[in-house]
Design a protein around this ligand. Structure first.
Ligand code: CTP
Length: 417
């Protein structure tokens, strides 16, 4: 399966001092061609193997190597450096670097960044087979796994030192695949003020879909849309505020996780459906995602190339209707199933038809006609369509709409007890 999780992700790559460091240059290329933003930190030892200039040229950004650089710290301090990434990747991770990580040492920029981060860390170890198998290294690996650090490799094989066994750094494409898996892991950022809030949705489970879906054409191209995910994220935030346990299933968006919600990042409609079904049972299901209606039938494993045969023709198949599927579940259907209808004409009529076609309880209808500024914008003007009628709300910000919708859902849930 071709994954697009890496596009627009922010990866902080820490290059340790090992022969395998040259493969990290290849890793930078692979990440960049998939649309990732890559920043590089190199240890002093790493610079004996590859030049910071090569890493800077490939990543398109200056390489950081000095904890005490006044210039670098003035531009972006090491704490910010460690937090502004979605994922920290250490490749190659030497025995020495693993030991310092396991001990919590902070005696250079790489180790300080690793100690200061609140983000996931993925390491790709590379060292001599005896060093890898040494009880001290294995102890450190155990400690790091216990701390939640993820590993990719090492692989078995012939090593630069002539010995054979585990210790070779994983190949760049295997590291890319491990990075994709890490970026798609569900996360919960704790609420700043500690325990969950109490409110009208306490003890309720609310599941929200948000953002676009990206349907791959090949490893670098996709069919998508301009949904920003703002309305869905605002709903998730408002539901957390109302005391609910919230699962937010989001397509690729450039928004920060709302604290307190379990955020499941997906890319395709199929993955979004699987995540929604896995999140059940729920009391409320809100489909705010702009799901792509079609996907490419046969996704190419390799980047499609221009050639004598001209433009490729793509055969499309229809995606599953996530809202329709959840509304149609007979066992444990959420008590309230709400969808959105983004229409360019006949807004109310189309929304009424959608309400009955999808079998949901409520449709939030809005116009996305040219000039409405809704898609990707900060405001919206909605009509609440139910079997019993239509209520039109004045234009408001998306967070305000979210807050009022959550209030409405809580009221309706109480009345269908
Ligand atoms: N939806 C969904 N799964 C799909 C398509 C849409 O869950 N495969 C949900 C959306 O999240 C939204 C609602 O269905 O809540 C309506 O989406 P919209 O794109 O307006 O409707 P479509 O089903 O695509 O219908 P049409 O193409 O006729 O507008």
């Amino acid at each position: 399966m071709t994954s697009l999780a890496i596009s627009a992700s922010r990866i902080l790559l820490i290059i340790g001092g090992g022969v395998a460091a040259y493969k990290s240059l290849e890793l930078i290329r692979r990440l960049r061609e998939r649309g990732a933003n890559v920043r590089v930190v190199m240890t002093a030892a790493a610079q004996q193997f590859v030049s910071p200039l090569s890493a800077a040229a490939l990543s398109g950004a200056a390489v950081r190597d000095d904890l005490f650089s006044l210039v670098d710290e003035a531009e972006m301090g090491h704490i910010e450096l460690s937090r502004s990434a979605d994922l920290i990747v250490v490749a190659p991770a030497t025995a020495d670097l693993l030991a310092r990580m396991a001990q919590g040492l902070a005696n250079d920029l790489a180790s300080t960044t690793l100690l200061a981060t609140d983000k996931r860390v993925l390491v790709a170890p590379a060292m001599n087979v005896r060093m890898w198998l040494h009880p001290a290294t294995q102890r450190n690996v155990g400690t790091l796994r216990g701390d939640g650090v993820a590993f990719v490799g090492p692989d078995d094989g012939e090593m630069a030192c002539g010995e054979f066994g585990p210790g070779r750094m994983a190949e760049p494409l295997a590291i890319v695949a491990a990075i994709e898996r890490q970026l798609l892991q569900p996360t919960v950022i704790p609420l700043p003020d500690g325990p969950p809030l109490r409110g009208p949705l306490s003890d309720r489970h609310v599941v929200v879909t948000a953002g676009p879906t990206f349907e791959p054409i090949d490893p670098v191209r996709f069919i998508g849309n301009r949904s920003s995910g703002r309305q869905g994220f605002a709903l998730a935030e408002a539901a957390v505020g109302a005391g609910a346990r919230v699962t937010l299933i989001s397509g690729p968006v450039a928004l920060l996780d709302p604290p307190g919600a379990l955020v499941v990042r997906v890319e395709t409609a199929k993955q979004m459906l699987d995540a929604a079904l896995a999140a059940m049972p729920a009391d409320v299901f809100i489909a705010a995602a702009a799901v792509a209606d079609w996907r490419v039938e046969a996704v190419s494993d390799q980047k499609l190339k221009k050639g004598a045969r001209g433009a490729p023709s793509l055969s499309l198949v229809e995606n599953p209707d996530i809202l329709g599927r959840i509304a149609a579940t007979s066992a444990a259907r959420p008590r309230l199933v709400a969808g959105f209808a983004a229409e360019t004409e006949n807004v109310i009529e189309n929304a009424k038809r959608k309400l009955s076609r999808k079998g949901c309880d409520l449709i939030v209808a809005n116009s996305v006609a040219e000039g409405s500024g809704v898609f990707g914008g900060a405001e919206n003007e909605v009509h609440i369509v139910t079997a019993s009628g239509v209520s039109s709300w004045p234009r408001m910000s998306k967070p305000e709409i979210a807050y009022k919708l959550i209030e409405l859902f809580a009221t309706r849930l109480r009345s269908v007890q």
